[in-house]
Write a protein that binds this ligand. Structure first.
Ligand SMILES: Cc1ncc(COP(=O)(O)O)c(C=O)c1O
Length: 481
């Protein structure tokens, strides 16, 4: 007889069971196979012997014996109070009739000291607060919350975001102009498609900038025009000399990756450029919440909400795994973008939207961001101190905000690639600036892009010392000091 599914504590467990000859041994073999193939991953709690026996029509003793045997072989672990679980790395004994051939799939953790930019400290995700927000949202949501809902996002989140963006980013927002999306990449895809539909054939972007953006534009047949970035951000005059474009993508609060803040003159100049050319600016405000040295720089969109599409994301403040972001659109771009939203993916998960709205209105989100800002500022300060003490020849900049810094390397020292390889040999992972350049980067001075948010809090000081001392080793004794 073939049993396919056992249901336990509300969960389904697929077991290939042929119970005819040896009932216990076939149950053991089915469980081994489920673990070996990765279907039952490490730490999965198995059903109680009583439950599984009832489900499969076996004597309870048969299931108990099978569990005991698998525990003796190292496949399972029985713990007082937490039941029987799949072992974290099943190691069978010599008597095991069948050894596992592979451990369960592991999440890639990257190199030991992970300074690659792009993520926050995942270990500080506010699990307790998110759970409380979700619990409250679930308790209070009516049934309609579980139905298909407004593709622009739930009203309760759009209201909460409007209040938050007005308060925290200085951007007055009409909730009717908000479109909730699954993070920046999806939001930018919607914008690119709407631009293409409006007849655009090219979009201007900063150079260097996020490596993924040109691919999004190319997907919609849009050519890119690159605008170089200096310490004031991108300059509209540089775009003028390359012909115009119906849209320009900017990271005004903290240019990615150089870290430049778009100066107030340039802000005004870009707004003027958009008005003169009847173009639209796209503001990627990916880490605007993290400002350390000066008063927070408000959103560019506040200068002229009719000319700027504003985009925010939770990928830096909470976690990229959430896939939650938002667009605030000029009225003329609302329908072109909002009409595409349900075609791309009906809407963002309603439960995540409800939890996020609750996080904002309860104040938990602001508290989390405030604590994160304090921790990241401390990290940044430690990193800068170590570099100044041990490797004064390298020059960090773009440090007033955000979760990464650009470290200029001596032009007469080893090339960028060699420095990255040298650090990798000390288990330190960083990116090179060249990987963010869209034009031919020949002649660009070597620089590292170093994210200081990713190592978990307890490991940061060790990681920062490893980075600084590895760089110090490289430049020690050279005439570069
Ligand atoms: C410049 C920039 N924009 C936006 C994002 C966030 O993208 P998403 O919201 O799709 O996770 C990142 C993430 O690293 C980024 O570097």
């Amino acid at each position: 007889m073939q049993f396919d599914w056992a249901t336990f504590a509300g969960r389904d467990l697929h077991l290939d069971l042929d119970l005819k000859p040896g009932r216990r041994s076939s149950l053991e073999e089915a469980l081994r196979e489920a673990i070996r193939s990765g279907r039952l991953v490490a730490d999965t709690r198995l059903p109680s012997t009583r439950f599984l026996a009832a489900d499969l029509g076996l004597a309870r003793g048969t299931v108990t014996d099978a569990y005991d045997q698998l525990a003796a072989e190292g496949w399972l672990v029985a713990r007082q109070g937490s039941g029987t679980r799949v072992a974290s790395a099943p190691i069978p004994t010599e008597t095991s009739p069948d050894r596992p051939t592979a451990s369960p799939p592991q999440v890639e953790t990257g190199r030991c000291h992970d300074f690659r930019p792009g993520r926050g400290d995942l270990s500080s995700f506010p699990r307790r607060e998110w759970l409380a927000a979700l619990r409250r949202a679930l308790r209070e949501a009516d049934d309609a919350a579980f139905d298909y809902s407004d593709p622009r996002g739930l009203r309760v989140l759009r209201d909460a975001l409007s209040a938050y963006l007005g308060r925290a980013r200085g951007l007055p927002v009409d909730p009717d102009l908000v479109v909730v999306c699954n993070g920046w990449v999806q939001g930018f895809g919607l914008i690119a498609e709407a631009l293409r539909d409006s007849g655009a054939s090219r979009v201007a972007i900063e150079d260097p900038s996020m490596a993924r953006n040109p691919a999004t534009l190319r997907r919609f047949g849009l050519a890119i025009v690159t605008v170089p970035v200096d310490r004031q951000g991108a300059d509209p005059e540089a775009l003028e000399s390359r012909g115009s474009a119906p849209a320009m993508l900017l990271t005004p609060a903290h240019q990615y990756p150089t870290g430049a803040t778009l100066s107030s003159d340039r802000r005004a100049a870009w707004i003027g450029w958009a008005r003169d050319h009847d173009s639209v600016l796209i503001e990627d405000d990916y880490d605007g919440e993290f400002r350390y040295d000066r008063q927070p720089v408000g959103a560019l969109a506040a200068l002229d909400p009719g000319r700027v599409i504003y985009a925010g994301t939770t990928s830096k403040t909470l976690a990229p795994g959430l896939r939650l972001g938002w667009l605030v659109l000029p009225r003329r771009w609302l329908d072109p973008v909002a009409d595409l939203r349900p075609i791309v993916d009906r809407h963002t998960s309603a439960l995540d939207q409800l939890a996020m709205a609750e996080m904002i209105t309860s104040g938990a989100f602001d508290r989390h961001v405030r604590h994160a800002r304090t921790r990241y500022r401390r990290r940044r300060d430690l990193l800068l101190t170590l570099l100044a003490d041990q490797v004064p020849v390298v020059k960090p900049h773009g440090i007033a905000a955000g979760l990464h810094t650009v470290i200029d390397l001596p032009v007469d020292g080893p090339p960028e690639d060699e420095v990255i390889d040298h650090l990798a040999r000390s288990d330190v992972a960083v990116h090179g600036l060249a990987s963010y350049l869209h034009r031919n980067g020949a002649g660009t001075p070597p620089a590292l892009v170093v994210g200081f948010a990713t190592p978990p809090e307890h490991a940061f000081a060790i990681a920062a010392r490893a980075l600084a001392s590895s760089l110090a080793d490289l430049y020690r004794g050279s005439a570069l000091h």
